[in-house]
Design a protein around this ligand. Structure first.
Ligand code: T46
Length: 148
């Protein structure tokens, strides 16, 4: 599924990854509202939604890649640093705006760290949870990534 270019705000160095911008309806005193829709901002059928919260600053999460699952992550509140690695290129970005998401495609080693207090990370995923889809060993990931 190809996204319209205007929603892709920034391509990243790592393969299979980019930042997307979703609408932000600023309501003044009423506050803000953002949304995303299938095919417009989300390039896959969403099978699963999960969220990560109450993570301490010193704790790293992720540190794996997915064989098949594609995901879009939104930092709804707070801030995190995301480190991406496709086996050749690396990216290191801060995610801290509720209307900016990051698309993570297949075979992308990712780590989330530096969770600020009260950070809430929302993730939309293309597949149901299956541990077999994870590559949790970095050397195995490197070997498989180089074959791609
Ligand atoms: C990812 C990053 C961004 C489930 O049972 N169902 C689920 O849908 C998920 C996501 C996890 N789990 C279980 C598996 C583990 O026993 O919850 C436990 C913690 O998962 P994990 O250590 O993989 O969490 P993170 O934060 O390292 O990674 C998560 C996702 O698992 C992963 O797919 O890409 O967030």
């Amino acid at each position: 599924m190809k996204l319209k270019v205007k929603q892709v705000v920034k391509k990243l160095k790592t393969k299979n990854s980019y930042l997307i911008q979703i609408p932000l309806i600023a309501g003044g005193k009423r506050g803000n509202l953002s949304f995303c829709e299938l095919k417009k901002q989300i390039p896959f059928n969403i099978k699963r939604v999960y969220w990560i919260y109450r993570v301490s600053f010193k704790q790293s999460r992720g540190e794996h890649a997915h064989k098949k699952t594609e995901q879009v992550l939104f930092c709804l509140q707070g801030s995190i640093r995301m480190k991406l690695d496709d086996g050749i290129h690396k990216d290191n970005i801060i995610l801290n705006k509720p209307n900016i998401g990051i698309f993570l495609g297949r075979m992308l080693w990712h780590e989330m760290k530096n969770f600020q207090k009260d950070t809430i990370l929302l993730i939309l995923a293309s597949e149901f949870y299956k541990e077999k889809d994870y590559i949790r060993d970095y050397n195995t990931f490197k070997r498989l990534a180089q074959k791609q």
